[in-house]
Ligand binder design. Structure first.
Ligand SMILES: N[C@@H](CCC(=O)N[C@@H](CS)C(=O)NCC(=O)O)C(=O)O
Length: 263
């Protein structure tokens, strides 16, 4: 049995679900960031992160490794381009989306994301720094999209699946794309939204947002934020280490542990 320790809103889990849907592989989904499933998640992944895949008792941790595992087992339809250089480019995009794009989106969404229930305001300059970098990333993606339609050729690959969840976060974070500056990115976005896997992902997201937050409560941890390395790196590189230390002292920040200690 294929079981995905999942979360409807995690960009990494969404990337894996896009790949599962593209390859038409059925799976059972557990919303493992819901507090009710936390112990189960710790059992398979001491860092308590989603996505984690359990395939007939065999555990694969981390979205890129899960995608590579699925590709090895089920190579058709492929989510990687054909040539070694194009594959290397696709992996580089995936890593950039996972390590850089995700970090910025995460670090500035704390005050808009319903889980955190924050009453305070972001430290001065944080949202501006995030929006500046996100605008630069949008410009970079625009410049990289060629005539072929997708990031690494004429078919969607892991590069596009890693990028899509983050692009869909831009508008709520105040980064607007327009036809003058971003014609290719907007056309790419429309093309992505025509894919069955993406339509499924967006419909799921909408249903889950209503289900998880619609009643005003939430099944997730509401105070402590888990700060993984990449997310801290962007924060520190932009000078917000003192703010983060305050968060830590106030009991609102934790870092994942490879030993699997309970938080
Ligand atoms: N490198 C990991 C990162 C996964 C990750 O950061 N997952 C977040 C959700 S987006 C998580 O599980 N955080 C734990 C928590 O919020 O409790 C991957 O590629 O799968």
């Amino acid at each position: 049995m294929r079981r995905l320790f999942d979360n409807p809103f995690s960009p990494f889990a969404r990337k894996v679900r896009l790949v599962l849907a593209t390859k038409r592989l059925p799976f059972e989904s557990v919303d493992a960031l819901a507090l009710a499933h936390h112990a189960e998640l710790l059992r398979v992944n001491p860092r308590a992160e989603v996505p984690t895949l359990e395939d007939d008792g065999f555990v694969v941790v981390g979205s890129a490794d899960i995608v590579a595992y699925l590709e090895d087992l089920h190579p058709a339809p492929t989510v990687f381009p054909a040539t070694p250089r194009a594959r290397a480019r696709a992996r580089a995009w995936e890593r950039f989306c996972d390590g850089v794009f995700d970090a910025i989106v995460h670090d500035i969404s704390i005050w808009t994301w319903p889980t955190h229930r924050r009453q305070d305001a972001a430290p001065a300059g944080l949202l501006e720094a995030g929006r500046r970098d996100l605008a630069e990333i949008a410009a970079r993606v625009e410049a990289s999209l060629g005539e072929e339609g997708f990031l690494c050729g004429d078919q969607p690959t892991i590069a596009d699946f890693a990028l899509f969840p983050h692009v869909s976060s831009l508008k709520p974070l105040g980064v607007l794309l327009d036809e003058i500056a971003h014609p290719r990115l907007l056309a790419w976005n429309r093309r992505m939204r025509e894919l069955a896997a993406v339509r499924e992902d967006l419909a799921h997201l909408k249903t889950m947002a209503l289900e998880r937050f619609g009643r005003g409560d939430s099944p997730y941890e509401g105070v402590k934020i888990v700060w993984r390395g990449d997310r801290l790196e962007w924060l520190f590189a932009n000078g917000f280490h003192a703010w983060w230390a305050e968060e830590l002292h106030a009991g609102r920040a934790v870092v994942p542990s490879w030993r699997g200690e309970a938080r």
